[in-house]
Ligand binder design. Structure first.
Ligand code: LLP
Length: 384
Protein backbone atom coordinates (compact mmCIF):
# COMPACT_ATOMS: atom_id res chain seq x y z
CA UNK A 1 0.00 0.00 0.00
CA UNK A 2 1.58 3.35 -0.94
CA UNK A 3 1.74 5.82 1.95
CA UNK A 4 0.13 9.26 1.81
CA UNK A 5 3.67 10.68 1.41
CA UNK A 6 4.36 8.47 -1.66
CA UNK A 7 1.10 9.52 -3.28
CA UNK A 8 1.89 13.15 -2.56
CA UNK A 9 5.27 12.80 -4.28
CA UNK A 10 3.52 11.75 -7.48
CA UNK A 11 1.23 14.76 -7.66
CA UNK A 12 2.53 17.26 -10.20
CA UNK A 13 1.01 20.19 -8.32
CA UNK A 14 2.99 19.29 -5.20
CA UNK A 15 6.24 19.35 -7.25
CA UNK A 16 5.24 22.59 -8.91
CA UNK A 17 3.93 24.28 -5.79
CA UNK A 18 6.24 27.31 -5.94
CA UNK A 19 5.47 27.87 -9.63
CA UNK A 20 1.75 27.74 -8.84
CA UNK A 21 2.16 30.14 -5.93
CA UNK A 22 3.92 32.66 -8.16
CA UNK A 23 1.19 32.29 -10.80
CA UNK A 24 -1.33 32.96 -8.03
CA UNK A 25 0.49 36.24 -7.29
CA UNK A 26 -0.52 37.41 -10.76
CA UNK A 27 -3.99 35.85 -11.04
CA UNK A 28 -6.83 35.97 -8.53
CA UNK A 29 -8.30 32.77 -10.00
CA UNK A 30 -6.92 30.50 -12.69
CA UNK A 31 -7.12 27.04 -14.15
CA UNK A 32 -3.60 25.67 -14.52
CA UNK A 33 -2.93 22.68 -16.78
CA UNK A 34 0.19 20.54 -16.71
CA UNK A 35 0.81 19.41 -20.29
CA UNK A 36 3.29 16.69 -19.24
CA UNK A 37 0.47 15.00 -17.36
CA UNK A 38 -1.78 15.22 -20.44
CA UNK A 39 0.94 13.64 -22.61
CA UNK A 40 1.53 10.95 -20.01
CA UNK A 41 -2.16 10.05 -19.84
CA UNK A 42 -2.31 9.91 -23.64
CA UNK A 43 0.66 7.55 -23.56
CA UNK A 44 -1.18 5.28 -21.08
CA UNK A 45 -4.12 4.86 -23.45
CA UNK A 46 -2.05 4.73 -26.63
CA UNK A 47 -0.03 1.86 -25.19
CA UNK A 48 -3.08 -0.43 -24.91
CA UNK A 49 -2.52 -3.18 -27.46
CA UNK A 50 -6.22 -3.92 -27.96
CA UNK A 51 -7.17 -0.31 -28.74
CA UNK A 52 -6.62 0.68 -32.37
CA UNK A 53 -7.59 4.32 -32.13
CA UNK A 54 -8.05 6.90 -29.38
CA UNK A 55 -10.29 9.90 -29.94
CA UNK A 56 -10.23 12.64 -27.33
CA UNK A 57 -13.72 13.84 -26.33
CA UNK A 58 -13.07 17.55 -26.82
CA UNK A 59 -16.02 18.49 -24.62
CA UNK A 60 -13.92 17.64 -21.53
CA UNK A 61 -11.55 20.55 -22.17
CA UNK A 62 -11.18 22.48 -25.43
CA UNK A 63 -8.01 24.35 -24.46
CA UNK A 64 -5.80 24.78 -27.55
CA UNK A 65 -2.55 23.66 -25.89
CA UNK A 66 -4.26 20.53 -24.63
CA UNK A 67 -5.64 19.74 -28.09
CA UNK A 68 -2.17 20.27 -29.59
CA UNK A 69 -0.49 18.07 -26.96
CA UNK A 70 -2.95 15.26 -27.62
CA UNK A 71 -2.68 15.60 -31.40
CA UNK A 72 1.12 15.37 -31.11
CA UNK A 73 0.66 12.20 -29.06
CA UNK A 74 -1.29 10.66 -31.97
CA UNK A 75 -4.73 11.03 -30.44
CA UNK A 76 -7.67 11.94 -32.73
CA UNK A 77 -10.82 13.88 -31.80
CA UNK A 78 -14.48 13.33 -31.00
CA UNK A 79 -16.45 16.56 -31.48
CA UNK A 80 -20.10 17.17 -30.64
CA UNK A 81 -20.68 20.57 -32.22
CA UNK A 82 -19.45 22.64 -35.15
CA UNK A 83 -17.74 24.86 -32.55
CA UNK A 84 -15.63 21.96 -31.30
CA UNK A 85 -14.77 20.99 -34.88
CA UNK A 86 -13.67 24.57 -35.60
CA UNK A 87 -11.53 24.60 -32.46
CA UNK A 88 -9.70 21.40 -33.47
CA UNK A 89 -9.23 22.68 -37.01
CA UNK A 90 -7.89 26.02 -35.82
CA UNK A 91 -5.35 24.28 -33.63
CA UNK A 92 -4.24 21.59 -36.08
CA UNK A 93 -4.51 23.89 -39.11
CA UNK A 94 -3.59 21.17 -41.65
CA UNK A 95 -6.08 18.81 -43.33
CA UNK A 96 -7.33 17.17 -40.19
CA UNK A 97 -10.83 16.08 -41.23
CA UNK A 98 -9.84 12.42 -41.14
CA UNK A 99 -8.88 12.86 -37.48
CA UNK A 100 -12.35 14.05 -36.44
CA UNK A 101 -15.48 12.07 -35.61
CA UNK A 102 -18.54 14.33 -35.43
CA UNK A 103 -21.11 12.95 -32.97
CA UNK A 104 -23.89 15.49 -32.45
CA UNK A 105 -27.14 14.76 -30.62
CA UNK A 106 -30.56 16.11 -31.66
CA UNK A 107 -28.73 18.49 -34.00
CA UNK A 108 -30.53 20.33 -36.79
CA UNK A 109 -30.39 18.89 -40.32
CA UNK A 110 -27.97 21.49 -41.63
CA UNK A 111 -25.26 20.45 -39.16
CA UNK A 112 -25.16 16.97 -40.73
CA UNK A 113 -25.15 18.46 -44.23
CA UNK A 114 -22.31 20.78 -43.27
CA UNK A 115 -20.27 18.02 -41.62
CA UNK A 116 -20.57 15.65 -44.60
CA UNK A 117 -19.72 18.48 -47.01
CA UNK A 118 -16.62 19.16 -44.94
CA UNK A 119 -15.55 15.53 -45.23
CA UNK A 120 -16.03 14.67 -41.55
CA UNK A 121 -16.94 11.23 -40.30
CA UNK A 122 -20.49 11.59 -38.89
CA UNK A 123 -22.36 9.59 -36.24
CA UNK A 124 -26.15 9.53 -36.14
CA UNK A 125 -27.83 8.45 -32.93
CA UNK A 126 -31.50 8.40 -33.83
CA UNK A 127 -33.59 6.97 -36.68
CA UNK A 128 -35.13 10.39 -37.36
CA UNK A 129 -32.37 11.71 -39.66
CA UNK A 130 -32.51 8.60 -41.87
CA UNK A 131 -36.31 8.59 -41.89
CA UNK A 132 -36.82 12.29 -42.61
CA UNK A 133 -33.65 13.34 -44.46
CA UNK A 134 -32.46 10.17 -46.25
CA UNK A 135 -31.10 12.25 -49.14
CA UNK A 136 -28.52 13.80 -46.76
CA UNK A 137 -26.98 10.39 -46.04
CA UNK A 138 -27.37 8.70 -49.45
CA UNK A 139 -24.09 7.22 -50.67
CA UNK A 140 -22.34 8.28 -47.45
CA UNK A 141 -20.34 6.27 -44.94
CA UNK A 142 -21.78 6.79 -41.47
CA UNK A 143 -21.39 5.69 -37.86
CA UNK A 144 -24.47 4.77 -35.84
CA UNK A 145 -24.69 5.18 -32.08
CA UNK A 146 -26.44 2.30 -30.39
CA UNK A 147 -27.97 2.23 -26.92
CA UNK A 148 -26.72 -1.06 -25.47
CA UNK A 149 -29.69 -0.95 -23.09
CA UNK A 150 -27.81 -0.19 -19.90
CA UNK A 151 -25.56 2.65 -18.84
CA UNK A 152 -23.27 3.58 -15.97
CA UNK A 153 -21.63 6.66 -14.49
CA UNK A 154 -20.69 8.65 -11.40
CA UNK A 155 -24.10 10.42 -11.28
CA UNK A 156 -27.49 9.89 -12.90
CA UNK A 157 -27.00 13.01 -15.05
CA UNK A 158 -24.03 11.40 -16.80
CA UNK A 159 -25.47 7.96 -17.54
CA UNK A 160 -25.91 8.13 -21.29
CA UNK A 161 -27.46 4.78 -22.16
CA UNK A 162 -30.45 2.79 -21.01
CA UNK A 163 -34.14 3.46 -21.23
CA UNK A 164 -34.01 6.81 -19.42
CA UNK A 165 -31.33 8.38 -21.58
CA UNK A 166 -32.01 10.37 -24.75
CA UNK A 167 -29.05 8.88 -26.64
CA UNK A 168 -28.67 6.13 -29.20
CA UNK A 169 -30.72 3.81 -31.36
CA UNK A 170 -32.19 1.09 -29.18
CA UNK A 171 -31.47 -2.55 -29.86
CA UNK A 172 -35.09 -3.26 -30.77
CA UNK A 173 -34.88 -0.67 -33.57
CA UNK A 174 -32.03 -2.44 -35.38
CA UNK A 175 -34.28 -4.08 -38.01
CA UNK A 176 -35.75 -0.70 -38.86
CA UNK A 177 -32.27 0.82 -38.92
CA UNK A 178 -31.13 -1.79 -41.47
CA UNK A 179 -34.12 -0.98 -43.69
CA UNK A 180 -33.59 2.79 -43.44
CA UNK A 181 -29.85 2.55 -44.11
CA UNK A 182 -30.49 0.40 -47.18
CA UNK A 183 -33.17 2.62 -48.60
CA UNK A 184 -31.08 5.76 -48.02
CA UNK A 185 -28.15 4.07 -49.78
CA UNK A 186 -25.74 4.73 -46.88
CA UNK A 187 -23.00 2.43 -45.68
CA UNK A 188 -22.60 1.93 -41.93
CA UNK A 189 -18.84 1.69 -41.36
CA UNK A 190 -18.79 2.11 -37.59
CA UNK A 191 -20.96 1.21 -34.63
CA UNK A 192 -20.71 3.43 -31.60
CA UNK A 193 -21.86 3.49 -27.98
CA UNK A 194 -21.09 5.58 -24.94
CA UNK A 195 -22.39 4.24 -21.63
CA UNK A 196 -21.69 7.20 -19.38
CA UNK A 197 -18.95 9.04 -17.57
CA UNK A 198 -16.75 8.26 -14.59
CA UNK A 199 -16.95 4.46 -14.81
CA UNK A 200 -14.30 2.53 -12.89
CA UNK A 201 -15.14 -1.05 -13.96
CA UNK A 202 -13.19 -2.18 -17.06
CA UNK A 203 -15.82 -4.89 -17.70
CA UNK A 204 -18.16 -2.15 -18.95
CA UNK A 205 -16.27 -1.79 -22.24
CA UNK A 206 -16.07 -5.53 -22.79
CA UNK A 207 -19.85 -5.85 -22.47
CA UNK A 208 -20.43 -2.85 -24.72
CA UNK A 209 -18.01 -4.25 -27.31
CA UNK A 210 -19.83 -7.56 -27.36
CA UNK A 211 -23.20 -5.87 -27.94
CA UNK A 212 -21.73 -3.66 -30.68
CA UNK A 213 -20.05 -6.60 -32.42
CA UNK A 214 -23.39 -8.38 -32.60
CA UNK A 215 -25.08 -5.31 -34.06
CA UNK A 216 -22.17 -4.87 -36.49
CA UNK A 217 -22.93 -8.30 -37.89
CA UNK A 218 -26.03 -6.77 -39.50
CA UNK A 219 -23.99 -4.26 -41.54
CA UNK A 220 -21.48 -5.68 -44.04
CA UNK A 221 -19.34 -2.52 -44.26
CA UNK A 222 -18.56 -2.06 -40.56
CA UNK A 223 -14.84 -1.76 -39.83
CA UNK A 224 -14.76 -0.07 -36.40
CA UNK A 225 -16.45 -0.42 -33.04
CA UNK A 226 -16.25 2.82 -31.10
CA UNK A 227 -16.72 1.90 -27.44
CA UNK A 228 -17.05 5.49 -26.23
CA UNK A 229 -15.38 7.20 -23.32
CA UNK A 230 -16.20 7.21 -19.64
CA UNK A 231 -12.95 5.92 -18.15
CA UNK A 232 -13.10 7.09 -14.55
CA UNK A 233 -10.54 8.88 -12.43
CA UNK A 234 -10.65 8.33 -8.65
CA UNK A 235 -11.61 11.53 -6.88
CA UNK A 236 -9.86 10.77 -3.57
CA UNK A 237 -6.27 10.01 -2.72
CA UNK A 238 -5.27 6.48 -1.91
CA UNK A 239 -7.93 4.93 -4.16
CA UNK A 240 -6.39 2.79 -6.93
CA UNK A 241 -6.53 4.33 -10.41
CA UNK A 242 -8.47 2.87 -13.32
CA UNK A 243 -7.19 -0.62 -14.15
CA UNK A 244 -6.06 -0.11 -17.74
CA UNK A 245 -4.22 -3.45 -17.85
CA UNK A 246 -7.45 -5.32 -17.17
CA UNK A 247 -9.28 -3.22 -19.76
CA UNK A 248 -6.62 -4.16 -22.30
CA UNK A 249 -6.88 -7.81 -21.42
CA UNK A 250 -10.69 -7.83 -21.70
CA UNK A 251 -10.68 -5.95 -24.98
CA UNK A 252 -7.98 -8.33 -26.23
CA UNK A 253 -10.50 -11.15 -25.75
CA UNK A 254 -13.09 -9.23 -27.79
CA UNK A 255 -10.52 -8.72 -30.55
CA UNK A 256 -9.69 -12.40 -30.57
CA UNK A 257 -13.38 -13.19 -31.04
CA UNK A 258 -14.05 -10.44 -33.59
CA UNK A 259 -10.72 -9.89 -35.36
CA UNK A 260 -12.33 -7.99 -38.26
CA UNK A 261 -13.18 -4.94 -36.19
CA UNK A 262 -10.89 -2.14 -35.05
CA UNK A 263 -11.64 -1.02 -31.47
CA UNK A 264 -11.78 2.69 -30.70
CA UNK A 265 -12.02 4.50 -27.36
CA UNK A 266 -13.15 8.07 -26.74
CA UNK A 267 -11.83 9.18 -23.36
CA UNK A 268 -12.24 12.76 -22.20
CA UNK A 269 -11.87 12.92 -18.43
CA UNK A 270 -9.08 10.32 -18.20
CA UNK A 271 -6.79 12.37 -20.43
CA UNK A 272 -7.19 15.75 -18.75
CA UNK A 273 -8.80 15.64 -15.32
CA UNK A 274 -5.70 15.13 -13.20
CA UNK A 275 -3.71 17.55 -15.37
CA UNK A 276 -5.78 20.52 -14.20
CA UNK A 277 -6.13 22.47 -10.96
CA UNK A 278 -8.18 25.51 -10.09
CA UNK A 279 -6.40 28.06 -7.93
CA UNK A 280 -8.13 30.83 -6.00
CA UNK A 281 -7.55 32.94 -2.90
CA UNK A 282 -9.09 32.92 0.56
CA UNK A 283 -11.33 35.99 0.90
CA UNK A 284 -13.01 35.71 4.34
CA UNK A 285 -13.70 33.16 7.04
CA UNK A 286 -16.80 32.79 9.21
CA UNK A 287 -18.35 30.67 11.92
CA UNK A 288 -22.15 30.35 12.01
CA UNK A 289 -24.52 27.80 13.49
CA UNK A 290 -21.70 25.47 14.36
CA UNK A 291 -20.26 25.56 10.81
CA UNK A 292 -16.92 27.06 9.87
CA UNK A 293 -16.74 28.56 6.38
CA UNK A 294 -13.72 29.43 4.30
CA UNK A 295 -14.64 31.75 1.44
CA UNK A 296 -12.61 31.75 -1.76
CA UNK A 297 -12.46 34.14 -4.69
CA UNK A 298 -14.41 32.08 -7.22
CA UNK A 299 -17.38 29.74 -7.02
CA UNK A 300 -19.74 27.54 -8.96
CA UNK A 301 -19.46 29.86 -11.92
CA UNK A 302 -15.93 28.42 -12.38
CA UNK A 303 -16.52 24.84 -11.30
CA UNK A 304 -20.08 23.59 -11.24
CA UNK A 305 -19.37 19.88 -10.69
CA UNK A 306 -19.81 19.87 -6.87
CA UNK A 307 -23.15 21.71 -7.14
CA UNK A 308 -24.41 19.78 -10.16
CA UNK A 309 -23.25 16.24 -9.40
CA UNK A 310 -22.21 16.43 -5.77
CA UNK A 311 -18.74 15.72 -7.15
CA UNK A 312 -15.83 15.46 -4.72
CA UNK A 313 -12.69 17.49 -5.50
CA UNK A 314 -9.73 17.53 -3.17
CA UNK A 315 -9.09 21.01 -1.75
CA UNK A 316 -5.78 22.09 -0.21
CA UNK A 317 -4.38 25.29 1.17
CA UNK A 318 -1.36 25.57 -1.12
CA UNK A 319 0.21 28.40 0.87
CA UNK A 320 0.17 26.22 3.98
CA UNK A 321 0.61 22.83 2.37
CA UNK A 322 2.89 21.59 5.16
CA UNK A 323 0.76 22.89 8.02
CA UNK A 324 -1.35 20.38 9.92
CA UNK A 325 -5.07 20.35 9.09
CA UNK A 326 -6.73 21.18 12.39
CA UNK A 327 -10.03 22.71 11.24
CA UNK A 328 -13.11 21.18 9.65
CA UNK A 329 -14.59 23.67 7.22
CA UNK A 330 -16.98 24.18 4.33
CA UNK A 331 -15.30 25.86 1.36
CA UNK A 332 -17.60 28.30 -0.41
CA UNK A 333 -17.43 30.85 -3.22
CA UNK A 334 -18.91 34.33 -3.73
CA UNK A 335 -21.96 33.24 -5.77
CA UNK A 336 -25.46 33.96 -4.44
CA UNK A 337 -26.59 30.37 -4.04
CA UNK A 338 -26.42 28.10 -1.00
CA UNK A 339 -25.17 25.38 -3.36
CA UNK A 340 -22.06 27.45 -4.02
CA UNK A 341 -19.87 25.01 -2.08
CA UNK A 342 -16.68 23.37 -3.32
CA UNK A 343 -16.51 20.98 -0.38
CA UNK A 344 -18.14 20.35 2.98
CA UNK A 345 -16.54 19.13 6.21
CA UNK A 346 -13.02 19.38 4.82
CA UNK A 347 -9.92 19.21 6.98
CA UNK A 348 -7.73 22.27 6.38
CA UNK A 349 -5.16 24.23 8.37
CA UNK A 350 -6.45 27.53 9.80
CA UNK A 351 -6.89 29.77 6.72
CA UNK A 352 -5.73 33.34 6.39
CA UNK A 353 -7.08 35.93 3.99
CA UNK A 354 -4.97 35.81 0.82
CA UNK A 355 -3.90 32.15 1.17
CA UNK A 356 -3.89 30.27 -2.11
CA UNK A 357 -6.39 27.42 -2.27
CA UNK A 358 -6.04 24.67 -4.86
CA UNK A 359 -8.93 22.50 -6.09
CA UNK A 360 -7.58 19.34 -7.66
CA UNK A 361 -8.67 17.14 -10.58
CA UNK A 362 -10.37 19.98 -12.37
CA UNK A 363 -8.86 19.59 -15.85
CA UNK A 364 -12.02 17.92 -17.14
CA UNK A 365 -15.46 19.57 -17.24
CA UNK A 366 -14.18 22.55 -15.23
CA UNK A 367 -13.45 25.59 -17.39
CA UNK A 368 -15.62 24.26 -20.23
CA UNK A 369 -18.71 24.29 -17.99
CA UNK A 370 -17.99 27.67 -16.42
CA UNK A 371 -20.29 30.67 -16.80
CA UNK A 372 -20.54 34.35 -16.02
CA UNK A 373 -23.32 33.81 -13.50
CA UNK A 374 -23.58 36.81 -11.15
CA UNK A 375 -21.38 38.51 -13.76
CA UNK A 376 -18.30 37.04 -12.12
CA UNK A 377 -15.29 36.59 -14.38
CA UNK A 378 -14.39 33.16 -15.71
CA UNK A 379 -10.86 32.23 -14.54
CA UNK A 380 -8.04 32.40 -17.04
CA UNK A 381 -6.41 29.22 -18.29
CA UNK A 382 -2.66 28.80 -17.99
CA UNK A 383 -0.67 25.85 -19.34
CA UNK A 384 2.68 24.88 -17.90
N1 LLP B 1 -17.97 10.18 -25.97
C1 LLP B 1 -19.24 10.64 -25.89
C2 LLP B 1 -20.17 10.36 -26.98
C3 LLP B 1 -19.64 11.40 -24.77
O1 LLP B 1 -20.88 11.86 -24.69
C4 LLP B 1 -18.70 11.66 -23.74
C5 LLP B 1 -19.08 12.43 -22.56
C6 LLP B 1 -17.39 11.16 -23.88
C7 LLP B 1 -17.06 10.40 -25.01
C8 LLP B 1 -16.31 11.38 -22.87
O2 LLP B 1 -16.63 10.88 -21.62
P1 LLP B 1 -15.51 10.90 -20.46
O3 LLP B 1 -14.41 9.99 -20.90
O4 LLP B 1 -15.02 12.29 -20.34
O5 LLP B 1 -16.21 10.42 -19.26
N2 LLP B 1 -19.94 16.97 -17.29
C9 LLP B 1 -19.86 15.63 -16.74
C10 LLP B 1 -19.43 14.64 -17.77
C11 LLP B 1 -20.36 14.57 -18.97
C12 LLP B 1 -19.83 13.68 -20.06
C13 LLP B 1 -20.71 13.72 -21.26
N3 LLP B 1 -20.26 12.88 -22.33
C14 LLP B 1 -18.93 15.66 -15.52
O6 LLP B 1 -18.41 16.71 -15.18
O7 LLP B 1 -18.72 14.62 -14.88
Amino acid sequence: MPSERDIEKELWWVHKRSELLSLADQHLNAYVYDLNTVAQKAGDIQSLGAVDRTLYAVKANFNADIIRTLADAGVDFDCVSPGEVRMVRDVLSDDCESRILFTPNFAPRDEYEWALREGLRVTIDNLYPLKHWPEVFGDQEIFVRIDPDYGAGHHEHVITAGVNSKFGVSIDEIDELVTLVNSAGSRVVGIHAHSGSGILEPQNWQSVATVLAEVAGRFPDVRSLDLGGGIGVPDRRGVPGFDLATLDELLGKVKAEYPDYALWLEPGRYLVSQAGVLIAHVTQTKEKGGHCYVGVSTGLNSLIRPALYDAYHEIVNLTQLDVKATETVTVVGPICETGDRFGTERALPPSNEGDVVLIANTGAYGYVMSSRYNLRDIPEEITI
